[in-house]
Design a protein around this ligand. Sequence first.
Ligand SMILES: [Zn+2]
Length: 329
Amino acid sequence: MQKSTKTRIERIFHNTDYRRVFKEIGIAFREQGDSLWFNCIYPRHKESKPSTSITFDPYSEYCGIFHCFGCKRSGTIVDIIREKYHNSFWEALLWLEARLDYDGFIYDYNIKNNIKKIEKITLPEEFTSPPTLEEWPTKYRNYIKKRNISHYHTLKYNIGYCSEGKYRNMIIIPVTLGNNLVTWIGRHVNRKIITGPKNGGQGLFGSNYLIKPKEYPAILVEGWADKIRMENFGYDNVMSIQTNKLSENQFNFLLGKNFPYIVVIPDNDSGGKVLIDSLQKYIEYIPIYIGKIESKDPGESTEEELDYVMENLEEWNPTCEEKEIDVEY
Ligand SMILES: [Zn+2]
């Protein structure tokens, strides 16, 4: 179901922003050529002058690999994260994966001379995302737990918070289009305040973890918490659009992934109807099915209700009248 581990690791090695990761985990470094030099990460090798180097040139086969010239130990960026947070290999992998391209730093390492630049979006300077929820201050942890979001999701989607600065008291949810960070959502922990860069409608929360998109449909919901709820119920390829209009950017991304069809589960309100209407211009390109819920939104639905909705989808039509359609999963 997941990409092979080797591909995932290579993707991490070649796409990590090493300077930023080192800053985040508090490793002081000196840059020289294509390498960062820093003090040995292993506690048993105490040193005052950096004798470890890691290559960050994405075109080098050694990218992401470090070597200590003092104690002669080598390893990878994954080992550095493990040593720092005492976490498992998989946790370290997810930690790094969640940070890929988080500074708008994007290129395809296979296409050497065709580096794609995207609009640079950065998370707030004070953004932080400790690797385990136990390390989160109570108010932020409670906000997350109340929505059934686990440590696994915060790692996977790099969800964090700002405890100081302009976005103090806010949970920060990065929104990507594929692997590119295109915007983020700030949710105040106890007030109804939503903020973020004016890039709404550009990203699809969850689009960085798609499973066999040529076989399984894209499932679109309006909110990021709705997406996580459906993911918890076992639905893959659920993405949230954050608004009630599917933008051309979002649609083009979905079209490029060759999904067999798209399922849209709008909120059960007037905004949801606007969303359904906004889909009309896309139906000539790909079949679109609508899942109608009785609850307020998918985030409030039970697993049984969502299963029922997914088994009783209706093909998009202007009025969305009751119509029996057999859909295979
Ligand atoms: Zn060493």
